[in-house]
Ligand binder design. Structure first.
Ligand SMILES: [Ca+2]
Ligand SMILES: [Ca+2]
Ligand SMILES: [Ca+2]
Length: 164
């Protein structure tokens, strides 16, 4: 996914090092080198960003990425819970930090939005909601398409729209 001449990749890290387990987004320069103006500074800790950001507060599997008009990165996917899958949508700043002007204030509940939203159609039953694609429209609104499985057997097309 391009952001200017950059390449963004979303995926999963499981390196055996607890600090590096979780959902991750990487940004590469057009040359294929990790973008050292992006992400955190964990590996190595040399005061230079490492080109990627890791999110490990809970398990989230990314399935789609988009970049909005401000260079912010939307990452959609799903998380695995005891009662099925729930749709997740993250927003990261252009420099690769969770965007604390986006989402709800749940984890931690500290008066600051957490940079992500989780959608669970009915928390009282086992059901599945999965994002498959994310798109930013001409007004900056975020469209997520995916599947919702409410009956346990049949999947239904779902479209969510979020304000920026
Ligand atoms: Ca570093
Ligand atoms: Ca669910
Ligand atoms: Ca919070």
């Amino acid at each position: 996914m391009g952001s200017g001449d950059k390449i963004i990749v979303a995926g999963w890290i499981n390196s055996g090092m607890s600090t590096l387990q979780g959902t991750a987004i990487w940004r590469y320069n057009n040359s294929g080198m990790l973008d050292t103006t992006f992400g955190g500074d964990l590996d190595p800790t040399d005061s230079v960003p490492d080109g990627y950001t890791v999110f490990n507060d809970f398990e989230a599997v990314p399935t789609a990425v988009a970049v909005d008009q401000s260079g912010r990165i939307l990452m959609a996917g799903f998380t695995v819970t005891a009662s099925g899958f729930d749709m997740v949508l993250f927003r990261f700043t252009a420099s690769g930090a969770l965007d604390t002007t986006f989402g709800r204030d749940v984890s931690p509940a500290d008066g600051v939005p957490d940079g992500f939203v989780i959608y669970d159609h009915d928390p009282s039953v086992t059901d599945n909601e999965l994002a498959r694609a994310v798109h930013v429209d001409a007004f900056g609104r975020i469209l997520v398409t995916g599947a919702v499985d409410l009956s346990g057997s049949t999947s239904t097309l779902a479209v969510w729209r979020f304000n920026p």
